[in-house]
Design a protein around this ligand. Structure first.
Ligand SMILES: [Zn+2]
Length: 181
């Protein structure tokens, strides 16, 4: 049988192998070796190392998958968030769940109702009796409260969606860190 001379990829010891041998164990360091052949050369590679490389490759595929997933999640969230943001004269407006908006709405409404009462009193002193003029600021006051409540509800909804998004993202990030380790 024709034999070939190769070197152990692990310890460098010379090895004699048969022409068709695919796997060999080094007599010196007991490494499991796979015989690789190219057109111009024959060399050996540790089998354990090959398995390790394959494992690393599968691992990095998992990492890439997770990275893609996080990217997709971020894109989806950006779209969703954009749906909540209205673009007014004062630039983009993000609905807020804070009570400040509602408090301001109520304050504004009180001013409007006060104006409504004052206006109908003034009008009443001229014409006698009820006047429809007070309905305009009264309507503005009601509108202010309704708008504030709608904004607050939207703000609560947005915050809930955001925290759900953050939780999902954190979960993926934790998985990613684990996969990278
Ligand atoms: Zn060896």
């Amino acid at each position: 049988m024709e034999t070939l001379s190769v070197r152990c990829n692990h310890c460098g010891a010379p090895l004699q192998i048969g022409n068709g041998t695919r796997f060999v164990t080094c007599q010196f360091c007991q490494s499991n070796l796979e015989v690789k052949r190219t057109d111009s050369s024959v060399f050996t590679e540790e089998v354990a190392k090959i398995a390790e490389n394959t494992g690393r490759m599968a691992e990095s595929l998992g990492v890439i998958e997770l990275q893609n997933e996080i990217e997709r999640l971020d894109r989806e969230w950006a779209q969703k968030e954009a749906g909540y943001i209205s673009h007014g004269k004062n630039g983009p407006h993000r609905p807020s769940s804070s009570l400040f908006g509602l408090a301001f709405g109520i304050f504004f409404a009180c001013v409007c109702f006060g104006m409504a009462v004052a206006m109908s009193n003034i009008a009443g002193s001229f014409h006698g009796g009820f006047s429809a003029m007070g309905l305009v600021p009264a309507g503005m006051g009601v509108f202010a409260i309704v708008a504030a409540v709608i904004n607050m509800n939207k703000g609560v909804e947005l915050e809930r969606a955001e925290s759900a998004h953050q939780a999902r993202r954190a979960e993926l990030l934790a998985k990613l860190q684990q996969a990278r380790r």
